[in-house]
Design a protein around this ligand. Structure first.
Ligand SMILES: [Fe+2]
Length: 218
């Protein structure tokens, strides 16, 4: 290669299938680096060698915040966050809600990417894992679901609450666990939030029950 070859150009020249393997590998690296014992206990003997599901690329407006997320993510999260900032539009992003639920501004600043699960890039019927992305100044209101959940933020400066507690700041690498049907909410300030998530023990594609006010942005 020439010294002037752009790294982004090289990444875009990789076979498409390699991007999905890299997504899974980088997701696992970030999860295992930050997650420790809670994640090991949550996943158990996890079959990382999952078959791939063919999904068409689906981009979302919120992907514009991935560049800022890459700027503030810690070194251990860089492989995954940089991959998403560079190649994010190659993956199949989703949204559970609609503008009728939380408004247009929320929908422009919200999305998730399921790496594995019942609808993700890799097939798994017992657990789901992926990333949640929220843009700046977003309130994801109180909600709950049957599945147990773990979040690991890859960026700092977001605030989280569980049950009736006040919002508390959470840093990158913290493991946040929500038991089945426990209400939780998140909000961002000037920075976006990118976080790993894991679900198990309930319908893996279920829509959450939203109980908070749908004041989507501040
Ligand atoms: Fe949740």
């Amino acid at each position: 290669m020439s010294c002037g070859t752009d790294v982004r150009q090289l990444k875009n020249e990789r076979p498409v299938s390699a991007k999905f393997d890299t997504l899974k590998t980088d997701f696992r690296l970030a999860l295992e680096t930050a997650g420790g014992e809670p994640v090991e206990a949550f996943l158990g003997e996890f079959p990382w060698d999952m078959p791939r599901r063919e999904l068409a690329p689906r981009s979302l407006p919120c992907l514009e915040f991935l560049v800022d997320a890459a700027h503030i993510a810690p070194p251990w999260a860089q492989p995954l966050v940089s991959l998403l900032a560079t190649d994010g539009a190659a993956f199949h992003w989703g949204q559970t809600y609609t503008a009728a639920d939380f408004g247009v501004r929320f929908m422009e600043r919200y999305g998730w990417l399921e790496v594995f699960g019942t609808r993700g890039h890799f097939v798994n019927e017992t657990a789901a894992g992926g990333v949640l992305l929220l843009g700046p100044n977003v309130l994801y209101p109180d909600h709950h679901h049957v599945a147990e959940e773990i979040y690991v933020p890859l960026t700092g400066n977001s605030e989280w609450r569980m049950g009736d507690s006040d919002f508390v700041p959470r840093g990158a690498g913290e493991v946040i666990r929500h038991a089945s049907n426990v209400s939780h909410a998140m909000r961002t300030g000037s920075d976006p939030l990118l976080a790993l998530y894991l679900w198990r023990g309930g319908p893996l594609a279920a829509r959450s029950v939203v109980t908070g006010n749908a004041g989507a942005t501040r």
